[in-house]
Design a protein around this ligand. Structure first.
Ligand code: SF4
Ligand code: SF4
Length: 141
């Protein structure tokens, strides 16, 4: 099983997480995130122990694709569409996906995974761009 190591990408506001009633969001990371989780032995929310990003779940994804290294988090089955699971791909601490994350997108597409590029904004709105067959792109909501 892969480990997070120095990555804290899901604790710094890239994903929607509420910790002790406070939403973490871009510019407002989890108060317990200081180069890693300082509450590792007594995490305040169930999701802290349960969440595994797509990189951790997929043994075929190489170590150098760890989200903080590649600049993108894969969230497995983040959405559903027409009975299909759809993965989310979210840039880490940036507005757009960096060039180096293209390899992840290409890999997911090679696996025939439906994909939505997703970015959470500081006002809690979300930008979403479906990537996949025309029908998916036109009807994903
Ligand atoms: S994004 Fe993945 S590797 Fe990074 S801290 Fe979260 S679960 Fe761990
Ligand atoms: S408590 Fe720890 S695992 Fe949970 S969001 Fe904060 S830093 Fe991340």
């Amino acid at each position: 099983m892969k480990t997070c190591g120095e990555c804290t990408a899901c604790c710094t506001g890239n994903l929607l997480v509420t910790i002790e009633g406070e939403e973490i969001r871009p510019g407002n990371p989890c108060r317990y995130c200081e180069g890693g989780c300082t509450r590792h032995d007594n995490q305040p929310e169930k999701i802290c122990a349960e969440f595994q990003c797509g990189w951790k779940l997929d043994n075929d994804m190489p170590d150098e694709w760890r989200p903080d290294k590649i600049g993108a988090i894969v969230v497995h089955a983040m959405y559903q569409w027409n009975g299909n699971q759809v993965d989310g791909l979210t840039p880490v601490d940036e507005m757009i996906l960096p060039e180096k994350s293209q390899a992840v997108m290409t890999y997911l597409q090679s696996k025939k995974r439906l994909l939505v590029l997703s970015k959470r904004l500081s006002d809690n709105t979300r930008l979403e761009f479906p990537v996949g067959p025309p029908l998916f792109q036109s009807t994903f909501a």
